[in-house]
Design a protein around this ligand. Structure first.
Ligand SMILES: [Zn+2]
Length: 288
């Protein structure tokens, strides 16, 4: 599932590629992937690129907007004049473009195309009338957002909020980091790395962290999410960037995916356990 860094990377790439493009036609191959009337958006231009939690909001210059949820396997890929030298498509774009998993194609002016591919068909694009759009409904089950992006789309997680959340639970601290109803946007890769950077054992009860540990962990979360955004997210599953390439964060993790390798800090062997059903990587030498 794409998390905050991936969706934010997509948002900023869509802004680069789509700004000013006009929608000339919309070809829908799978009705489950496109909700609303395509005629409402034909002839309009993309003008606004926002994000509410993990949902993308693409504002048009008429009375309508598009809401996009990539869910598990959704991919948005652009080809056209704003991408002068298109890089080769990632192999994660199964079936090519357009291909058997292309559910929606936006035909743009100046021979541009935006493809929506979705292997599992859980993702969707929805046309909404601006006067009926309620952003709060997109984010009602999401908690605070760490301030890793310039303008968070949810209430910003302050150190004080973070400290309150941790001190109220004796669950393993890693599970709290990944609880989207408390803190939105931290996926498994980023939770592992943030705990490593802060030197905290992922199994520790959340309420056992001392002030300086809460502070270190808070700053580590912001750092790994910022790194994730900078590297175009991570492409562990089917996630790809809008230019059709893969995110790079998975090539720069500290402990995630590195079982049996040496800890970059102390040299001890990196361990892997299951915690809440998710692969959890850590160094017993320097995470206490
Ligand atoms: Zn270590």
């Amino acid at each position: 599932m794409p998390e905050l860094p991936e969706v934010e990377a997509i948002r900023s790439q869509l802004e680069t590629f789509l700004k000013g493009h006009k929608i000339e036609d919309v070809i829908v191959s799978d009705k489950r992937s496109f909700l609303g009337d395509r005629r409402d958006i034909i002839g309009s231009c993309f003008v606004e690129f926002s994000r509410f939690g993990k949902v993308l909001f693409l504002g048009l210059d008429n009375d309508f907007s598009l809401i996009v949820h990539l869910k598990l396997t959704g991919q948005l890929v652009y080809r056209g004049p704003n991408l002068r030298k298109p890089p080769p498509l990632s192999e994660k774009i199964v079936g090519g473009l357009p291909g058997r998993y292309t559910r929606v194609v936006f035909k743009l002016d100046r021979n541009g195309f935006l493809y929506f591919n979705d292997l599992r068909v859980f993702g969707w694009i929805k046309v909404v009338k601006n006067s009926e759009f309620k952003p709060e409904e997109l984010v009602k089950r999401l908690g605070y957002e760490p301030p890793a992006v310039p303008s968070p789309s949810l209430p910003t997680l302050t150190l004080k909020d973070f400290s309150n959340i941790l001190s109220k639970s004796k669950k393993a601290v890693k599970l709290i980091l990944m609880d989207q109803e408390k803190i939105a946007g931290i996926g498994n890769i980023y939770a592992n790395d943030a705990l490593f950077l802060a030197g905290i054992d992922p199994r520790r009860p959340a309420n056992s962290l001392r002030d300086y540990e809460q502070n270190n962990l808070y700053n580590s979360i912001i750092k790994v999410l910022k790194d994730g955004i900078k590297r175009g997210g991570s492409s562990e599953n089917t996630f790809v960037n809008v230019d059709g390439t893969e995110g790079k964060y998975q090539d720069f993790t500290f402990v995630y995916g590195k079982v049996g390798q040496n800890c970059p800090r102390c040299g001890a062997e990196i361990k892997k356990i299951q915690l809440g059903g998710r692969g959890t990587y850590f160094c017993e030498g320097c995470q206490k």
